[in-house]
Ligand binder design. Structure first.
Ligand code: PRX
Length: 652
C-alpha cells in the first residue's frame, strides 16, 4: 500500500458505538507510560496469583525484561479453576464447529475436567516442569485442552501449524527438544479427511527426542500406531481416570509458557518465547481494551491456534476472562460461500475477529452471500494479520457491519504477545479511518523512525518502533538470546524494531504499510523469502533463487521465485511442477509460490549481489530505472520476457 493513496481524511463513527474525541483513551495511555509500576500493579489484580507480585518490572538487564518478577501463578488455574469456583462453572467456555457441521460444546467445568485428565496423562508420561510438549493438531477442542494441560503442570508448549510439512515439523520439534508430540489421525478439509498422523510419521524418524506420541482420533482414518511410542488420546485420558485432578504448578511469572516458531529474515525459523505472568496480564487487558467482551458475548476469532492469534485470542485471553469463545475447524467457503455468515446466524456470534484476506475473498464472492443471513447478533468486528486496504475495510463496514459496527483493526505480531495498536472500544472509541489501526494501546510507546533512527514527521513513511517494554513482549528467542538482541534491539539499542513500515497522519493515527524486511505476508501467513530460497536451492535442479512478494487482490501478497538451473537441467512445466511440490513438502502448502520463473541469469551487480529491486520492478511492470551497476545489462530484459511469457501462460 502506498502512503500517498491513504484516506487520511475519511472518518467513520459507527452508529451503534459511542464514539468520542479520545481524551480518556489518551489520558490512560499517558498515565500508563508515566507511571508503569502503579498502572500495571493495579491491572495485575485481574489475575489470580498464588503469590502476588511485589514488583512490576525488573529492567536491570535490558532487553531481557522481567515482568512481575516475584509473582507466582498458573495460567490454567486462571483459565479454568477460578471460573469453576465461581458462578461461571456451567457457562460455556467453548462452542466448536467442525468442518462437517458437527458441534461440540464445553462448559468451564467440562473443560476443567478434561484438562485435568490430560495433565495427569502427561505427568504419567514423564512430563515435568520446563519440559517441552510439541503440538501438531488441527483446530479441535483437544488443541486448547493440550495447551492448558501442559501449562497446568509447568510444561512449555510448542505448537506447529498442522499444515506444515513433516520436515518443517521435525525442524521445530528438534529445535525445542520436545519429548512428547500430540497430534491427530487427521482433519477434515472441504469435506474430505486429510491425514496429519502420516505427515508426523514421515518426520518422526528425524525427531530422536520424542518418546511418546499422543494421537487424537478425529477422522477415524487408518493410521500406523508404533508399539510403545504411540498412544490414543482417549486411551491416555481413560488411564488417567475419570476424576483425575492435578494440582496446578505454582510457576514464576517469568517461567516460559510457550515457544512459537515464526519466520524471520534468515532461513531458520525463530522460536519466539513467551513467559507466563506478563503474557497473561497482557492477553487479558488487550482483549478487554479492544473488544470489551462481556458475559453475553460469543467471541469468534477465526485464526488457527497454530499461530499467535489463536494462542492469545482463542485460548488465553477469552478463557482468563471467562467468556464464551467459538472455534471453527474448517474452510470459510465449504460447503458454500456463506459458511461464515451461516455460522454467525446459527450460533449468534456477537464478535467477529477476522482477516483482510477473508474479507477480500468474501468481497469477490459477492455480498448476496452475506445478505442471505441475519447477522443482527454481531456487535463489533475485528481484523488482523496484514494491512487491510481501505476498499476491503469499507466493504466489511458496510456489508457485514451495516454501518453500525466498529471495526477493530489490531496491529501486532507473534513477538508482541497481544494487540499493540488498535481502537480501544473498552476504554473509549475514537472515530475510525478505513485502513488505520488508529492508536497505540496503553504502555505502547510507538514511534516511526527513518533509516537513521530519527522520528519522522506526520505523513512520512518510516519503520515502526516501540520505545519501552510492555508486559506481553517476547522474553527471548528459544536458546538464541544473541539473535533475540540482534534482531529486535540491534538496530537502535533499547528500541524494539518491528520490521513494519508505518506512517502517522496529521491526526496522529497510525497506518501500517507492510513489512520492511525480507518477510512476506501471504494470506496473513508470515513467510520468510530466505526460507523459500533455501528450500529451492536444496533441490538438485536449482542453482540460485531469489524470491519476492507480488501484490495479490485476495491474499495481499504471493511469493514469486526467480531461479537459475544447474547444468544438465532445462526449464519445463514438469520441473516447475516438481519445484512447487518440493516447496509444499519441505515447508508446506501455505508457502506455494504463485510462479516459478526459470531464467538464465539473475540480475547481479559486478560484486555479485542480486539486484532485487530490478526483479521487483519486473513483477509490478514498473520502469527498471538505473541499470548501470548491472554485471550484464541484457539479463534483465531476458528475465522480463520470460516472466511475461509465463504470466500469460498462467493466466490462460
Ligand atoms: O506485518 C505485520 C502484519 O503481520 C506481522 C506479524 O505477523 P505474525 O507474527 O504472523 O502475527 C500475525 C498476527 C498478529 C506484522 O509484522 N500485521 C499484523 N496485524 C496487522 C498487520 N499489518 C497491518 N495491519 C494489521 N492489523
Amino acid at each position: 500500500m502506498s502512503e500517498t493513496s491513504l484516506p487520511f481524511n475519511e472518518k467513520y463513527s459507527p452508529s451503534n458505538a459511542k464514539v468520542s474525541s479520545g481524551e480518556k483513551r489518551k489520558k490512560e495511555w499517558e498515565e500508563s507510560l508515566k507511571n508503569p509500576q502503579e498502572y500495571w500493579s493495579e491491572k495485575a489484580k485481574a489475575i489470580d496469583w498464588f503469590k502476588p507480585p511485589s514488583k512490576v518490572l525488573d529492567d536491570s538487564n535490558p532487553p531481557f525484561y522481567k515482568w512481575f518478577p516475584d509473582g507466582e501463578l498458573n495460567i490454567s488455574y486462571n483459565a479454568l479453576d477460578r471460573h469453576v469456583k465461581s458462578n461461571r462453572k456451567n457457562k460455556l467456555a467453548y462452542i466448536w464447529e467442525g468442518e462437517m457441521g458437527e458441534v461440540k460444546t464445553y462448559t468451564y467445568y467440562q473443560l476443567y475436567r478434561e484438562v485435568n485428565g490430560l495433565a495427569k496423562a502427561l505427568k504419567d508420561f514423564g512430563v515435568k516442569k520446563g519440559d517441552r510438549v510439541a503440538v501438531f493438531l488441527p483446530v479441535i477442542p483437544e488443541l486448547p485442552i493440550t495447551l492448558l494441560a501442559t501449562a497446568r503442570i509447568g510444561g512449555v508448549h510448542a505448537v506447529v501449524f498442522s499444515g506444515f510439512s513433516a520436515e518443517a515439523l521435525a525442524d521445530r520439534v528438534n529445535d525445542c527438544g520436545a519429548k512428547i508430540l500430540v497430534t491427530a489421525d487427521g482433519s477434515f478439509r472441504r469435506g474430505k479427511p486429510v491425514s496429519i498422523k502420516d505427515n508426523a510419521d514421515r518426520g518422526l524418524p528425524n525427531m530422536p527426542n520424542i518418546e511418546k506420541v499422543i494421537v487424537v482420533k478425529r477422522t477415524g482414518q487408518a493410521v500406523q500406531m508404533k508399539e510403545g511410542r504411540d498412544v490414543w488420546y482417549h486411551d491416555a485420558l481413560a488411564s488417567a481416570g475419570a476424576n483425575a485432578y492435578v494440582e496446578p504448578e505454582s510457576l514464576k511469572s517469568t517461567d516460559p509458557l510457550f515457544i512459537l516458531y515464526t519466520s524471520g529474515t534468515t532461513g531458520k525459523p525463530k522460536g519466539v518465547q513467551h513467559g507466563t505472568g506478563g503474557y497473561l496480564v497482557w492477553a487479558y487487558w488487550t482483549l478487554k481494551w479492544a473488544f470489551n467482551p462481556t458475559d453475553e458475548d460469543i467471541f469468534w476469532c477465526v485464526a488457527d491456534i497454530g499461530w499467535i492469534t489463536g494462542h492469545t485470542y482463542n485460548v488465553y485471553a477469552p478463557l482468563s476472562m471467562g467468556i464464551t469463545a467459538f472455534l471453527f475447524e474448517g474452510t470459510p467457503d465449504y460447503p458454500a460461500q456463506d459458511r461464515w455468515w451461516d455460522i454467525i446466524e446459527r450460533h449468534g456470534i456477537t464478535i467477529l475477529y477476522g482477516t483482510p484476506t477473508a474479507v477480500r475473498m468474501f468481497m469477490k464472492f459477492g455480498e448476496q452471500w452475506v445478505l442471505k443471513h441475519d447477522l443482527s447478533t454481531l456487535r463489533i468486528l475485528g481484523t488482523v494479520g496484514e494491512p487491510i486496504n481501505p476498499e476491503a475495510w469499507k466493504w466489511y463496514y458496510r456489508v457485514v457491519g451495516k454501518g453500525k459496527l466498529a471495526i477493530i483493526d489490531t496491529w501486532w505480531q507473534t513477538e508482541t504477545g497481544g494487540f499493540m495498536i488498535s481502537p480501544a472500544s473498552g476504554i473509549e472509541l475514537t472515530p475510525l479511518k478505513p485502513g488505520s489501526a488508529t492508536f497505540p494501546l496503553p504502555s505502547i510507546n510507538a514511534d516511526i523512525y527513518d533509516e537513521k533512527g530519527q522520528p519522522v514527521q506526520a505523513g512520512t513513511k518510516g519503520v515502526l518502533v516501540i520505545k519501552s517494554p510492555w508486559p506481553g513482549m517476547l522474553q527471548t528467542l528459544w536458546k538464541d538470546s544473541d539473535r533475540f538482541k540482534q534482531t529486535y534491539f540491534g538496530r537502535w539499542p533499547g528500541i524494539y524494531y518491528s520490521g513494519d513500515y508505518s506512517v502517522r497522519d496529521p491526526d496522529g493515527y497510525f497506518w501500517l504499510l507492510g513489512r520492511a524486511d525480507e518477510v512476506l505476508k501471504v494470506a496473513g501467513h508470515r513467510i520468510g523469502t530466505v526460507e523459500l530460497e533455501s528450500a529451492l536451492v536444496a533441490h538438485p535442479a536449482v542453482s540460485e533463487a531469489a524470491v519476492m512478494g507480488k501484490e495479490d487482490a485476495v491474499k495481499g501478497e504471493v511469493p514469486v521465485a526467480f531461479v537459475t538451473l544447474r547444468s544438465g537441467f532445462t526449464p519445463s512445466d514438469e520441473l516447475r511442477a516438481e519445484l512447487i511440490k518440493h516447496i509444499r513438502t519441505t515447508i508446506g502448502p501455505i508457502a506455494t509460490p504463485d510462479a516459478i520463473v526459470m531464467v538464465n541469469k539473475l540480475p547481479k551487480t559486478r560484486s555479485g549481489k542480486i539486484m532485487r529491486r530490478l526483479l521487483k520492478a519486473v513483477l509490478v511492470g514498473a520502469p527498471l530505472g538505473d541499470t548501470s551497476t548491472l554485471e550484464d545489462e541484457g539479463s534483465i530484459e531476458d528475465i522480463k520476457a520470460t516472466y511475461n511469457d509465463l504470466r500469460k501462460q498462467l493466466t490462460k
